[in-house]
Write a protein that binds this ligand. Structure first.
Ligand SMILES: Cc1cc2nc3c(=O)[nH]c(=O)nc-3n(C[C@H](O)[C@H](O)[C@H](O)COP(=O)(O)OP(=O)(O)OC[C@H]3O[C@@H](n4cnc5c(N)ncnc54)[C@H](O)[C@@H]3O)c2cc1C
Length: 510
């Protein structure tokens, strides 16, 4: 490493921190990433229980299509072409308790025909919805453009779509669903916590799926995180796990380093926080550089909820089942004293052979909740009751799964429950949020500033500066931040240098 290279500390080794580190190394910075947890990834994680791997985050990765600009950006941080993507023929199935079913297909012709067959009385709304998906399926993401020429070209391409983008970003998924009479179609748009995001997010998701630009990578989030972490190591970056940053050190309104939980102080020319936004602003920096805009954001924006994840190792082959099943419930399912759900979804990882032995399947069920205090309190104060509550939730989920696929209960050989207390412990995200800020009618598509007012040599990246979150938000904000640092330091931004990247499938560095 060049001894006179500017030193950069990155707080947090989620996707955003790792991407920032790779970009910065490519531009010649001496990079150290500090991660409080024992492994990198943050929310982009999975874990092993017995013979099964349970994925928390990755269901689709935007940019899987080599023709998409996002694909080119992923190539800058790891060798995405080594990943194997899968594209299901049936994206989702919505089911009622009386055997009624609705298939959501990525093929838009087939989707339109299926929706019209199922709910002919909703024809006008169905046609409008599919038209919206079709229109946006070739619409570029505004924030992806690199140089000003490209930005102008993207702007011109976006122009005809602006009224549609505006309309769809100003209505929640739940409210949009109410335009339909059919209960399964309404169920597709969701209800409650998970449906408070702008329907634009769902329309874009379906558009990308239909373009084969949001495939699932075999190996899930670990395949992506492991490959980026290896690339960082290969480029000479340092990743320290189990290193919790407790303070960002500031002198004369300029960051000079960080202090860890054990008192160790590390000096740096730049500090980039890729950690939770609230912790960064209000704890690591003691709330000294909030500014009016961010204070308003943290007072009024709505984060994604937290979640419980019930994971099941099932000794069954589900290759004939749809991998994503949403079940509408006639009687709400109680997750905790403040949370009752009218629908729950199962992911059957029948498309990932690395997650279970042949003939067996890893199944997950994510249950959104905002009652983080309840779970954190139980886990700290009453471990016995905490375990009992986890068991109760698991039993309820297994009961519903058994009703979806009769007899499957007998084939379950592993049960694992992660709660919001787990999410907070492993990621420190504010309120255990699963994805940062919800993309709502209030936030629109506008990203937040990467800087804090009055503080020099400090930047923020990740899901808390880009409403809607997701892995792409980590890469896009990291790229912007490093570009900005380079400009300020008079260093050439060189995202394509040192393109050598080791094998994605090899897993984490030691
Ligand atoms: C159930 C679920 C499904 C999802 N599905 C998808 C999907 O299909 N596709 C998609 O693209 N995205 C998906 N996401 C969203 C995606 O996982 C997140 O938006 C993204 O991983 C956030 O990355 P990040 O780096 O911004 O933040 P994080 O992942 O939260 O990383 C922050 C890191 O900082 C560390 N940290 C925090 N405080 C400190 C400190 N003081 N010192 C040191 N380290 C610290 C944390 O431990 C963590 O590792 C999903 C998320 C969930 C939960």
């Amino acid at each position: 490493m060049n001894p006179i290279a500017p030193k950069m500390i990155i707080v947090g080794a989620g996707i955003a921190g790792l991407c920032a580190a790779v970009y910065a190394r490519k531009c010649g910075y001496a990079v150290t990433v500090l991660e409080q947890h024992e492994r990198p990834g943050g929310l982009a994680t999975s874990w092993r229980r017995g013979a099964y791997t349970f994925e928390a985050c990755l269901h689709w990765l935007l940019g899987s299509n080599p023709r998409d600009p996002m694909h080119a950006l992923w190539r800058e941080v790891f060798d995405i072409d080594r990943l194997q993507f899968v594209y299901p023929e049936e994206w989702m199935r919505v089911e009622g308790e009386r055997g009624e079913q609705l298939s959501i297909y990525p093929d838009l012709e087939r989707l339109e025909a299926e929706l019209l067959r199922h709910a002919p009385h909703d024809e006008a709304q169905i046609r409008q919805f599919v038209h919206a998906v079709r229109s946006l399926s070739h619409c570029p993401l505004p924030s992806l453009s690199r140089a000003w020429r490209e930005r102008i070209r993207t702007g011109l391409q976006l122009l005809p779509h602006m009224p549609l983008l505006q309309n769809l970003s100003h209505i929640t998924s739940e409210a949009y669903g109410k335009r339909f009479n059919d209960p399964l179609l309404r169920g597709f748009f969701g209800e409650g916590e998970n449906a408070q995001l702008a329907v634009l997010a769902l329309v874009f998701a379906l558009a990308w799926v239909s373009n084969r630009n949001a495939g699932y990578p075999i190996g899930g989030s670990q395949a992506v995180i492991g490959a980026i972490a290896q690339n960082l190591q290969h480029l000479g970056g340092v990743l320290r796990t189990g290193a919790s940053v407790e303070r960002v050190l500031v002198e004369n309104d300029r960051t000079v380093g960080v202090q860890l939980g054990d008192g160790e102080r590390i000096e740096a020319d730049w500090v980039v926080s890729a950690a939770d936004g609230h912790t960064t602003i209000y704890d690591l920096l003691d709330g000294r550089y909030v500014g009016e805009r961010m204070a308003h954001v943290y007072r009024t924006y709505k984060p994604f909820p937290s979640f419980l994840q019930v994971s099941l190792g099932v000794a069954r082959d589900f290759s004939q089942q749809c991998g994503y099943m949403t079940r509408l419930l006639e009687k709400p399912f109680t997750v905790d004293p403040q949370t009752a759900l009218n629908q729950i979804a199962f992911r059957l990882f029948n498309y990932d052979p690395t997650f279970a032995p042949p003939g067996k399947t890893a199944v997950t069920c994510t249950l959104p909740t905002r009652n983080v205090e309840y779970w954190s309190h139980l886990s700290e104060r009453d471990p016995q009751e905490y375990e009992a509550e986890k068991q109760r939730v698991a039993n309820g989920v297994i009961g519903i799964f058994n009703a979806c696929i009769p007899g499957v209960g007998d084939a379950i050989e592993v049960v694992d429950v992660a709660t919001p207390a787990t999410v907070v412990r492993c990621t420190r995200n504010w309120h255990g949020s699963m994805e940062g800020w919800l993309l709502t009618p209030q936030t629109g598509l506008r990203p937040l500033p990467l800087t804090l007012p009055g503080l020099q040599r400090f930047l923020m990246v990740g899901q808390w500066v880009m409403p809607g979150g997701g892995l792409p938000s980590g890469l896009i904000t990291a790229r912007r931040a490093v570009r900005r640092m380079c400009r300020q330091d008079g260093i050439a931004f060189a995202p394509d240098s040192h393109q050598k990247s080791p094998n994605a499938a090899d897993g984490f560095p030691a």
